[in-house]
Ligand binder design. Sequence first.
Ligand SMILES: Cc1cc2nc3c(=O)[nH]c(=O)nc-3n(C[C@H](O)[C@H](O)[C@H](O)COP(=O)(O)OP(=O)(O)OC[C@H]3O[C@@H](n4cnc5c(N)ncnc54)[C@H](O)[C@@H]3O)c2cc1C
Length: 500
Amino acid sequence: MQRIAVVGGGAAAACVVESLARTVREPCALTVLDGGGPLWRGRAYQPDSGRVLTNIHITQMSLRERDADHALRWLTRRAPGSVDDDGLTSRSLYGAYLDDTASRAWRRLAGRGWRLRTVREHVTRLLPDGDGVSVGTAGGRCERFEHVVLCTGPTVPGDPYGLATSPRYVATPFPLARALATVPPDERVGVLGSGLTALDIVAELVARGHRSAIVLASRGGVLPAVRRRSSPDRPRHLTLTCLERNVAAGKPFRTADLLKLLRDELRTAGVGEAGVLRELALTEPAVERLRRQLRDADDAGLGILRQALHRFAGHAWNLLPDAEKAALWQRHGRAVTSLCCPMPQHRAELLLRLLESGQLQLLGGLSGVVPRPPGGFDLVTRDAVAGVGTLFNALNPAAPGTGAPSVPEVFVTRRLDIGHPLGGLRTDRTTHRVPGAHNGRSGLYALGHSTRGSVLFQFGMPSLVYQSGLVARAIAACTDTPWEPDAPTWSAQGQGDPGG
Ligand SMILES: Cc1cc2nc3c(=O)[nH]c(=O)nc-3n(C[C@H](O)[C@H](O)[C@H](O)COP(=O)(O)OP(=O)(O)OC[C@H]3O[C@@H](n4cnc5c(N)ncnc54)[C@H](O)[C@@H]3O)c2cc1C
């Protein structure tokens, strides 16, 4: 009986268990190790206020690789009316879907003779040896497995301003219902970051009747783009067929090739380049950009750019040389994150209303945060200092090349030369297997945040479902005949919406 360990028991682990149950026929011994949160929900989908919503369409958040409506059917049955017109639902309910689906997969495996167990301990050491991996825990266990899947998720957001011990600093804001419960409605509140997590905090504060100012402060001062409802026509140039043609011709794929495909796409659609370049350069003031995007919700150039990022960029990224990836991310990473993690229209309208009324302030160019005894903080930019009381950390680890490594990742990269130059572990794009010593084969696989150097959009549910399918098929190939002989190839299956 082959032994499989899943390190981390959050949303990615739920994807792995579901994929194993659908793909691997031969009974194996499966161990899930997680020393922290509730199994299968991870950090993002814990029980919380029903107003804290998912940020991508529910049909892109199915745990089943080839059944896009699975999550929607579950929610419709269990909580009728819980999916809004944008296809979004409460993160807490989605967590219940993850929990139920993974638990059912677990029971199916048990019924088929798998030996299953969970170990509630933190993993501190991973050591590929031969074609297996030794796993060590903080509690002193050490066991060897033929296959180990690393799913430790994003590390808790960092503490770049050294505030961890300051009173009234909230390092991790989730669950929001608990984190916001003690904030007085007349206190000036600060939020570090201006992405989706920051906006969740703003919306929840306002829904709870917060009356005083809320200050969003970050270095970039960039807000998420406004989500579109309509999709552009099918792409003609930014397609996987075009990429495959490039691969088949044995030509290296470079940034210039990517830009040429984008230009060809815009030309074919009769759309000028100026709007797209402006989106990528992010030179417009944030509030003007928000107003424009709300006004021109169906701008064709923006639609083409977003479609390219969702359906194509992840695959193109895999083919680019590392140095060009790093340069592209440095120039356009903020714009890409903003476009790929958009906010729904109703949230954008709320934000604009708050900004125009002055209740919400957006500070870009944050250079420091100074605690103000006995409680409170000064948020410092080149032009201003804003005083706030409670301060929430809404900084998310961004991809790629940023975000702290997990403990097992640090251990394994110190021992072996398997780190990716842009962070995380090197992984094979068709199996998500991490290379062994001297580029040999190992039994270690990585999913999600630990692949942040290799994979462009590694953290959203569509990507995790896709990656877990690859891992399950790679494990099945070592154990038995896969159940799904028509398994999609990398080119047929998108990495989908980045989510997050
Ligand atoms: C606030 C927020 C909202 C999001 N919303 C969406 C969304 O709407 N749609 C979407 O597609 N994506 C969304 N995302 C992206 C989201 O991160 C992923 O969808 C998913 O939750 C990541 O799953 P994961 O298993 O990789 O990490 P997690 O779910 O965080 O799970 C990691 C698990 O590993 C455990 N662990 C960590 N270190 C160790 C160790 N050393 N040993 C043992 N166990 C360990 C932790 O205890 C945890 O349970 C969101 C992310 C955040 C932070």
